[in-house]
Design a protein around this ligand. Structure first.
Ligand code: SF4
Length: 176
């Protein structure tokens, strides 16, 4: 079954819409909900209460992952999608860009070069080095940080990996 959420349909309608590919068993949880919980009216930002309500609905949505992947991949700037606000998606996209932007740096470190790693890049670099089989002490030494810092960066970086896997699964042909 194709499972496409149509960005334009959703935005134009000012509300989440039920795409034809979904049926009653896996319909988006927002179908029939007040659209203004999800989309701002006349460019007025969503309030905390609306965001809370929207996220609550998204939390029980069977197509949440598809919805989030679509919003991240398409750079959706409005509304709550997949349980995220525009600011949260901006942050996710930034983290994903950092991950991609640090590949050369990670390769250089893996070759034994001394490299300066900015604190903002640490989560992406740490998870990539750990993926290469480095242990925490090696990473700490290479980045001149403590094992405690490595653990913190690893926790942040783990979330980036979750988003990367989600996008790779949803867009195997490429999403960057
Ligand atoms: S994740 Fe949220 S916004 Fe997306 S389809 Fe489901 S309920 Fe609607």
């Amino acid at each position: 079954m194709a499972n496409t959420l149509e960005v334009d349909n959703r935005r134009d309608a000012g509300a989440p819409v039920l795409p034809a590919a979904y049926d009653e068993t896996n319909a988006p949880a927002c179908h029939g909900a007040n659209p203004r919980i999800f989309f701002p009216a006349h460019e007025v930002p969503l309030g905390e209460r609306e965001i809370r309500e929207a996220k609550n609905i998204c939390s029980r949505c069977p197509v949440r992952e598809d919805c989030l992947a679509l919003a991240i991949q398409s750079g959706e700037t409005d509304g709550v999608w997949g349980g995220t606000t525009p600011a949260e998606r901006r942050s996710i996209r930034l983290q994903l860009r950092r991950f991609n932007g640090t590949k050369n740096l990670v390769e250089a470190l893996a070759r034994g070069h001394e490299e300066h790693v900015r604190p903002v890049d640490r989560p992406a670099v740490v998870v990539q080095l750990l993926q290469l089989g480095w242990d925490v002490r090696q990473v700490a030494k290479a980045l001149s940080i403590t094992p405690f810092d490595v653990a913190g960066a690893r926790a942040q970086g783990a979330q980036i990996l979750v988003y990367r896997r989600l996008l790779q699964r949803r867009y195997p042909e490429g999403w960057e």
